[in-house]
Design a protein around this ligand. Structure first.
Ligand SMILES: *Cc1c(COP(=O)(O)O)cnc(C)c1O
Length: 470
């Protein structure tokens, strides 16, 4: 049959819109969007028919349009299985929230709340009041405020307390946390002049003393969250530094980064300075994140002396950096969990995942190995391995936690097949993200809690075949 005769057999958009097959799509996506999708499919079909193809059934055309609508409607903010072994992965959204935090956030999303309203006297209240007492109780600080994230906390603190003046920092602490946060850049944005002292590996008390002058606004100490300088090193401890600052009437700001509220030694991790310790050591202001080791939503805490917090709160920049009721509610619920530290590892996902014993993870790996083997159709060698998980988000860069997982090794060590497998895993309905290490794809199971969901998801895997196209 001539192509232009067959072209006449292609149904029109109107005919298709009236057919029963698209009723459901219209219900879901609305008539204009369905009509647009059908037009797209029909235009492609016309091209194919001109090239000699047959005309698909109206049912098939409707199905193609529906598939296009569904693909276009899927959020790019996809849920996935984090099997990288990094518990707090910045690119994968950091901390998972506790149920109590999720419930609290959901409740305030639905309801009107006394966010800045004092129910006692009916006057205006302050949004920080909901957290202030709790943070002070948990950290020993006099006062506290909360902003968008720790980068904002540092920016706001520096600008409020030393805008137009000098801030002294050791060269060993001029950190970069993931591309966008570089201490010298943040300092410049905040309007303070950076005065670098000491050397990369050694900074002495006299370096601080010699740098202090009439233009000095504050001394800044930065926790080297994501690296360690080892060997011939010297740093001035927080306590001694507080002494030097106070001798000269200057505030000491301590940017802790992760700033845990509890001792991590119990999870077999190295000691990370706690916020209470930093306060006890004499820092006038301590800043830290909400979604790193604390295990809450993204936020930045500024805690310390009342007079300084008041000054920070008066800065107009504070208004631009504040958090909304949803995060406040989630933060409050998360902080409350710290009142019962013994049950923290049951209730707070970050602690639960960090505390998971290796034996438990190994057993899980043994259980899952046969399913993974079946899913890769024997192309990759699957073995149970021990590995090391990391905390992530710049906390404890050198301290890892013993873990277990599955190593998927390609035949004859083919790097191409390994990359193809990683791609196939990312294309699953619930993408699986592992890490490539020494010629294998490692799936660290520390963060795998939904085992059934993982197995069901594997049924959709389309693994690369040996000798498949390059
Ligand atoms: C992570 C980190 C920051 C930035 O915190 P965000 O909450 O990611 O904005 C700042 N300083 C230090 C020392 C950090 O470790």
């Amino acid at each position: 049959m001539e192509a232009n005769i067959r072209l006449r057999d292609i149904p029109s958009v109107d005919e298709l819109l009236r057919s029963t097959g698209v009723a459901e799509a219209i219900e879901c996506f609305g008539r204009p969007a369905v009509a647009e999708a059908l037009r797209g499919v029909l235009s492609r079909i016309r091209d194919e028919v001109r090239e000699g193809a047959g005309v698909p059934s109206p049912h098939a055309i409707a199905a193609a349009a529906l598939a296009a609508l569904e693909a276009n409607d899927r959020s790019t903010l996809r849920s996935l299985f984090n099997l990288t072994g990094t518990v707090l992965h910045t690119n994968l959204g950091r901390a998972l929230l506790a149920q109590a935090a999720i419930d609290a956030a959901t409740a305030v999303m639905r309801e009107t709340v006394a966010l800045e309203f004092n129910l006692e006297d009916g006057k205006r209240g302050e949004r920080d009041d909901h957290l202030r007492a709790l943070i002070c109780e948990l950290t020993g600080a006099e006062d506290a405020t909360v902003v968008n994230n720790n980068a904002a906390a540092v920016l706001l603190t520096l600008n409020s307390l030393a805008g137009g003046k000098e801030a002294i920092v050791s060269r060993g602490e001029l950190i970069e946390i993931g591309g966008a946060f570089r201490m010298p850049d943040i300092m410049q944005c905040s309007g303070v002049r950076l005065v670098e002292i000491g050397t990369t590996n050694r900074t002495h008390a006299k370096d601080y003393r010699n740098a202090i002058g009439p233009d000095t606004g504050l001394i800044l100490k930065v926790h080297t969250s994501n690296y360690r300088i080892e060997g011939f090193t010297k740093e001035v401890g927080a306590g001694e530094l507080a002494g030097i600052a106070h001798e000269h009437g200057l505030p000491l700001i301590n940017d802790l980064g992760s700033g845990t509220l509890t001792d991590l030694d119990r999870f077999g991790l190295a000691h990370e300075p706690t916020v209470s310790e930093a306060i006890a050591d004499g820092a006038d202001i301590v800043t830290f994140s909400g979604d790193k080791l604390l295990g809450g939503p993204q936020a930045g805490f500024i805690v310390g002396r009342s007079v300084l917090i008041e000054k920070i709160n008066r800065n107009p920049m504070k208004r631009a950096l504040r958090v909304d009721k949803i995060r406040l509610a989630a933060l409050e619920a998360t902080l409350r969990l710290y009142r019962d530290r013994d049950r923290l590892s049951e209730r707070l996902p970050t602690m639960r995942l960090l505390a998971r014993p290796k034996a438990d993870i190994s057993e899980q790996a043994e259980r899952l190995a046969p399913f993974v083997e079946r899913a890769v159709k024997g192309t990759f060698r699957v073995s149970v391995v021990t590995c090391e998980s990391q905390v992530g988000s710049g906390a404890l860069p050198l301290s890892t936690v013993p873990s277990a997982g599955l190593a998927l090794a390609p035949p004859s060590g083919s790097g191409r097949m390994l990359a193809e497998l990683a791609t196939a895993l990312r294309r699953l309905p619930m993408p699986v993200i592992g890490r490539i290490e020494r010629g294998s794809l490692i799936l660290d199971l520390r963060c795998l809690e939904d085992e059934e969901g993982f197995v069901a998801n594997l049924a959709h895997l389309d693994p690369p075949a040996e000798g498949s196209s390059p």
